[in-house]
Ligand binder design. Sequence first.
Ligand code: GDP
Ligand code: IMO
Ligand code: MG
Length: 429
Amino acid sequence: MPAYAVIGGQWGDEGKGKIIDYLASQAKIVARYSGGNNAGHTVINNKGKFAFHLIPCGIAWDNVTNVIGNGVVVDPNVLIEEIEKIKKANLPGKILISNKSHVVMPYHIELDRLEELSRGNTSIGTTGRGIGPAYVDKVARSGIRMDEILSPLVLQKKLSEIVENKNKIIQKIYNSTPISIENTTNSIFRWNRELSTYIGDIDKVLDKSLKNNEKIILEGAQGSLLDIDHGTYPYVTSSSPTIGGAITGLGISPSKIKSSIGIYKAYCTRVGSGPFPTEIIGKIGDKIRQEAGEFGTTTGRGRRIGWFDAVAGKFSQKINGFDSIIITRLDTLDTWDEIKVCVKYEFEGKEIENFSINNEILSKCKPIYETFPGWKSSTFGMKKFYDLPTEAKNYLSFIEKTLSSKISLISTGPKREEVIEIDNPIKDS
Ligand code: GDP
Ligand code: IMO
Ligand code: MG
């Protein structure tokens, strides 16, 4: 029965990659269930430093099968590149791609760019990886699934017509240059050669593991506040990073999920547009970004920085039902004089305690903070809770209490072993 969902509790980049690489030694399968190569998951271990976009973060462990679920959209060119990199680095994990996952085609990437341009100053700030347009085609029932790459001749015929139609949109609506039908239809033969051996039926593999009582980590991408339904719409991604997505994105029954685990940074970041009530704008935010190296793993864009938002944090705790939470980047706060946590918002003179899904309201919400003294000493690389400064312990205990969730792990550095284990969240009970 044991499947464990590891989910971002904020706006992404919470350190999911680092934590999943740490936990994966105990697992038989690590499975991605949503998003595509808009994700960038950093892993630093004894094999090197990696940024995974599509391949799950159990890949550095022998005997772990890394599943790309049906809920993921796959850019085959990016996946081929990523597979080459992991082969070069001799990463031993196995890879299996769901035959039901959808393909991000070159026209999706072009449409993502054109749609963003046409949004002007209301642009979402997407990663430009074609993610939204690929999910649009999936839902419109006109997408291409990985299964079709196994029959390139059949797909080639169908694809010419699809590209022709997409080019009409590109030319007539956006007044832009059409994409090459020939290049697009030719690339499917390369995808067939390079990826066929990895494409298959994930249902059987997941089912067998669950029957054998082996552990499966369901790897979240993005973060709960970017969820297409529950996030700060329209400034969201086009999939479901929350617990519901883990179920539909892999075809796992909810009864098989033993626990849902939320990952939160000790502060907040956000990439792209959209409301961010606790954002630290100006020189202080810029300084923190530089010192903490808060730049996107996928696009290199500077991440917006903010204080820990417990109102937003509680909201994701609730929709995902986190059984425990993990706090990352505690060490990043080491030099701060004081540390703030937003406990309520003020909206038009009234205090509100609940996260709002209305962007108009959320962008006018002013944070009400509880302020904590900084600890002004290094926690970097610490492995024992006992060694943490009292101020850090108090800060963590406040977050725990406010989110009504036990902290199971605390990350104190980017490397695999830089973790304080309070209660291993996927241990045998
Ligand atoms: P993900 O998308 O959730 O996997 O997160 P990213 O990899 O995009 O961003 C997290 C960044 O924080 C990466 O650069 C990690 O190497 C780094 N990181 C993760 N945990 C820690 C930590 O505890 N301390 C520090 N200093 N860096 C961390
Ligand atoms: P990981 O898995 C942070 C954001 C983009 C943009 C919005 C929509 O590394 O945490 P999209 O390209 O998905 O249509 O962009 O979502 N976004 C992320 N932000 N981390 C991510 O992934 C993200 N994936 C998408 O910046 O605001
Ligand atoms: Mg990331």
